[in-house]
Ligand binder design. Structure first.
Ligand code: GRF
Length: 185
């Protein structure tokens, strides 16, 4: 059975692409009803169009959450999947959609919340890095952890090489985690 999900982006949308690549499979339990962006020129919108999925640009102003809620009320998604979405959603919105909003973050949470995680782990001479899928709560990158992938930091790694290797892992982790969550419903 296919459950409705919506995906919310701001940028390149490579995680979105990884999800799109799965949804045509009959055994993948998700249908993307809409792809929403708060950035008009997000490359992810082009990916959505290429896949013939409905897109919507919602201006990144104080009405953003109200406008997104209207779409949620119509489409009734089982999951609201944030994928490279750069905005902190307001508390009322998060509360109204509790347990449904998930995000992927490029670090082994609870370590390295916030931005520039790849550079920060290198600066701190960490040995391990990775990515985490978590529920969105009222505190940034602090909701319940759902799944993680860990990689070794190599001696020659730069923020760029690390970002690339973490992203590759994100592209496996996110679609797989969405599948597992939906299969439990
Ligand atoms: C990823 O590193 C993700 O973990 C973070 O933002 C980046 C988004 O990349 N939240 P993309 O837009 O999916 O390519």
């Amino acid at each position: 059975m296919k459950h409705n999900i919506i995906v919310v982006i701001s940028g390149d949308g490579s995680n979105l692409q990884a999800i799109i690549d799965k949804i045509h499979r009959t055994d993948y339990p998700a249908k993307i009803t809409q792809i929403i962006s708060n950035q008009k020129n997000a490359h992810g919108l082009q990916r959505a169009k290429n896949a013939k999925i409905t897109t919507k640009y919602i201006k990144n102003d104080k009405l953003f959450e109200d406008n997104l809620q209207k779409i949620i009320d119509e489409d009734r998604p089982k999951l609201i999947v944030l994928a490279g979405f750069m905005r902190i959603l307001n508390g009322d919105f998060v509360e109204n959609n509790k347990g449904k909003i998930i995000n992927i973050h490029p670090s082994l949470l609870p370590k390295y919340k916030g931005l520039n995680t790849h550079q920060r782990v290198i600066n701190d001479k960490q040995k391990k890095h990775g990515a985490t899928v978590h529920y969105v709560s009222n505190k940034l990158d602090s909701g319940k952890i759902i799944s993680q992938v860990e990689i070794d930091i190599l001696s020659g790694d730069t923020a760029d090489t690390l970002k690339k290797r973490v992203l590759e892992q994100e592209h496996h982790l996110y679609p797989k985690t969405i599948q597992q969550l939906l299969e439990k419903l």
